[in-house]
Write a protein that binds this ligand. Structure first.
Ligand code: UD1
Length: 420
């Protein structure tokens, strides 16, 4: 078991490189199942989630070649349409192979992912859309067993779901006829998948709007695609810069993908600007100030940044109400933050009140999920004394070498091995 040992108190200055977005890499890798030709993906970082999905895709017969920061995937000899529990249980995004397998091969047997630390995370919307498209679906021994062929359909999503949008689009692009998707997710990672599918020859109209019209084509071809920068990783460094009152240039980041986060930082007099090659965050004159936050679908405040921003609000002057509207169980990091001296009161299951304190104190704390764990790392960077953040395997799922990026900016952080 590894942990981060962090000595708080250093201000962060310098340049950090922002990697390709994890939440775009995963559906796009699954999208490579839709063609027999090679798909080259650039701006890839080898996160543990990417490794798990690579293993699953290889188990289906996909050939995967790694280069320095790219991956070439080739699905010209798919030998299995069975996505095993071993992979899907480790990483929910693996479930997204269901749509492309069903669309191209008319059958798929994919393990149900089950719940996770941040909520029950059902897949009813995925299955509803596929059934509307003619799939026969049975749940057997913990697996979704689906058979086609599919046909075009009109689908109304009663709730916005990133994953259900990815999955339905990937099922529809090779399906004869027209599939209309009402109320798709508009997250930049969804748009990145749609753009890649269009490069592969898919006929998709309405990208970036609340209605997608997909006309099935007979065949898709290979392509080269550069993954968009990770707006959640960028938000992480922007908040770290703000909390430590530093100045950080985030190379490769795009401000237009993270405006909701930038607006909250600006309340604290953090200057955040788009430069030619990235985003500059200057918090040298910041005054951290309480701000209400409500998580919503894009372009609203992202749920994935909620636990990071709560660490900032824990040391901001005044009272902040934080409402989580996307996942029902996303305050798991709060009891740990309280152990570091944060003043947080539960208002109801999905709303908390944070009263800023002048200083947090270092403690041994435990990550319960990916973003909650990083929220604790941010708190430790400003806390007085030393902190140990345990269970950082959660963090490795979505951050490539977080400790070397932070220490490159002046933080005192190291990865240590614990015996338990
Ligand atoms: C993706 C992201 C995750 C992000 C989330 C919301 C990846 C790998 N993960 O997760 O980081 O926090 O989007 O932006 O990209 N829901 C249903 N039924 C369904 C599907 C979803 O009720 O069939 C609900 C969920 O429980 C949740 C809400 O819809 O309350 C949004 O979930 P969704 O957008 O699907 O999240 P993910 O795609 O799992």
């Amino acid at each position: 078991m590894y942990a981060f040992k962090i000595q708080g108190g250093n201000r962060l200055f310098g340049t950090v490189e922002i990697n390709g977005a994890k939440n775009a890499i995963l559906p796009i890798m699954a999208g490579a199942l839709l063609t027999a030709e090679p798909v080259k993906l650039e701006n890839i970082s080898y996160l543990s989630d990417v490794k798990v999905l690579s293993q699953l895709l290889s188990s289906l017969g996909m050939k995967i070649q790694n280069e320095t920061d790219s991956l070439t995937l080739r699905a010209d000899d798919i030998v299995s349409t069975h996505a095993d529990y071993e992979y899907v249980s480790k990483m929910r995004g693996s479930f997204w192979v269901l749509g492309p397998l069903l669309g191209r091969f008319h059958k798929a047997e994919v393990s149900l992912p089950g719940g996770c630390a941040i909520g029950t995370r059902p897949v009813d919307l995925y299955l509803m859309a596929l059934r509307e498209m003619g799939a026969e679906i049975k749940i057997e021994n913990g697996y979704v067993c689906a058979t086609g062929p599919l046909h075009g359909a009109e689908i109304f999503f009663p709730k916005v779901s990133v994953g259900a949008t990815h999955n339905t689009v990937m099922a529809a692009v090779l399906t004869p006829g027209k599939t209309v998707i009402h109320n798709p997710a508009l997250e930049p990672e969804v748009i990145d998948l749609l753009n890649m599918l269009v490069k592969m020859g898919a006929d998709i109209k309405g990208i970036g709007t609340k209605t997608l019209i997909i006309t099935g084509v007979e065949k898709l071809h290979g392509c080269k695609h550069k993954i968009i920068p990770d707006r959640i990783e960028a938000a992480t460094f922007a908040i770290a810069g703000a909390m430590t009152r530093g100045r950080i240039f985030m190379k490769g980041a795009r401000l237009n993908l993270m405006e909701a986060v930038a607006d909250v930082l600006r309340v604290s007099h953090v200057e955040i600007t788009q430069e030619q090659e990235g985003v500059l965050v200057d918090a040298t004159h910041a005054k951290l100030t309480a701000t209400p936050i409500t998580t919503c679908e894009y372009p609203g405040f992202p749920t994935d940044v909620q636990s990071l921003m709560t660490s900032l609000l824990a040391i901001a002057e005044g009272d902040s109400v934080v409402e989580e509207r996307i996942f029902e169980n996303r305050f798991m990091h709060i009891p740990e933050l309280q152990r570091m001296g944060a003043h947080v009161r539960n208002i109801n299951g999905n709303t908390i009140l944070i009263t800023g304190v002048p200083e947090l104190s270092g403690a041994t704390v435990m990550s319960s999920d990916l973003r909650g764990g990083v929220g604790l790392v941010l708190a430790a960077l400003v806390a007085k004394g030393q902190s140990i953040v345990k269970r950082i395997y959660h963090i490795d799922r979505g951050y490539y070498s977080l400790e070397s990026k932070l220490s490159g900016l002046g933080a005192v952080i190291e990865r240590i091995h614990l015996d338990d």
